[in-house]
Write a protein that binds this ligand. Structure first.
Ligand SMILES: [Zn+2]
Length: 343
């Protein structure tokens, strides 16, 4: 699932390629984008990114709202549009480029595509269109609906005014700190709640908690404000770094076994998906368990989890599906695996 860094990256690219121009906004052949006509042919002002939401702001106070969800992705290209294929939901195309004036022979359709690793140059002036596939939402909002969405979202570390010079009123971390300190839910759950902080996903959640040596099961109300402030301060540059090369690197060079810069493969994370492997700092095995439907990774020693908390980790080598079954309270699998969990 794309985290906030990816969403901001798309916003920056699509602002560079399309802002200030009139766009053809076309639905895909599956007719799941029924209100495309409301923004079709209008000039795009800019593209906003807040948390995991994209808002393409058109004239007349209209926003094309896109939430990529788990499977959504864009393909960008130049020249004439390719034949529709896959679960194509929407196409944004510069108006006037329908009949490409340049030589079409041998012209690649996909000048740049979603699968790039972010290290390739991105020439926005050469992008004529982008295709959207598999989003959770792609629909037209009016200004009031967009504003209501922003009100429901917590502050976004990447929209911090001090860094980006742009806000929309969604940069004030004090709102997030207050919400966390009011809650008895574990901090690991609160960080994933987009109403509290927006843009943090499963990778950044695990890595931020580790970097600050926070026990992921600490109730929000037991967190120290200075730790929350430090995590917020840390999250901006970490998210921003992930925007540049599409790799989310959360380890400090000094902590990497090879001390390489940039990080070698497999040394990007302290705990995320490193379950069963030795912690880069203390050497203990990294643990994982399900927490509200998403897998949490942590190091018991560095993050100081209690014996009881540590014991909730899935048995090593257990498949995620099996472990999810066990996590269901009262489930048959839970009883069967009771002995395994007690080990
Ligand atoms: Zn450790």
């Amino acid at each position: 699932m794309p985290e906030g860094n990816e969403i901001h990256r798309w916003a920056a690219r699509h602002t560079a390629a399309f802002a200030g121009r009139k766009l053809n906004v076309l639905p895909g052949p599956n007719h799941r984008f029924a209100d495309a006509h409301r923004v079709d042919g209008k000039k795009l002002k800019r593209v906003h990114a807040v948390g995991k939401h994209l808002g393409y702001e058109f004239g007349d106070d209209l926003y094309l709202h896109i939430h990529l969800g788990r499977f959504g992705d864009f393909t960008e290209g130049c020249g004439p549009l390719p034949e529709p294929k896959g679960a194509l939901r929407a196409i944004l195309q510069r108006a006037g480029t329908e009949k490409a004036s340049r030589s079409q022979k041998g012209q690649p359709h996909n000048l740049t595509c979603a699968k790039d690793d972010g290290t390739q140059p991105f020439p926005p002036e050469e992008v004529d269109w982008c295709e959207l596939r598999g989003p959770t939402d792609c629909s037209v909002y009016d200004g009031a609906k967009w504003a209501a969405l922003l009100d429901r979202l917590g502050p976004d570390p990447l929209a911090d005014t001090a860094r980006s010079g742009e806000n929309g009123g969604h940069d004030d971390p004090a709102r997030a700190f207050a919400a966390i300190l009011r809650s008895k839910k574990p901090i690991a759950e609160l960080l994933m709640d987009q109403a509290i902080v927006s843009g943090i996903g499963n990778i950044y959640r695990a890595e931020l908690l580790f970097r600050h040596r926070v026990n992921p099961f600490t109730p929000g109300s037991a967190m120290e404000l200075k730790t929350l402030r430090a995590m917020w301060k840390d999250s901006g540059p970490l998210l921003a770094a992930g925007m540049v090369d599409r790799r989310i690197v959360c380890t400090k060079r000094v902590d990497r076994p090879t001390k390489s810069e940039p990080a070698a493969r497999g040394e990007e994370h302290y705990v995320y998906r490193r379950h069963g492997k030795p912690c880069l700092i203390c050497g203990e095995k990294v643990l994982r368990r399900d927490l509200v439907g998403r897998t949490l990774y942590w190091c018991a020693r560095d993050q100081g989890t209690s014996e009881a908390e540590t014991a909730t980790a899935f048995a090593e080598g257990m498949s995620l599906r099996a472990s999810r079954e066990i996590a269901k309270p009262g489930g048959k699998a839970r009883k069967r695996a009771g002995a395994l969990l007690a080990e």
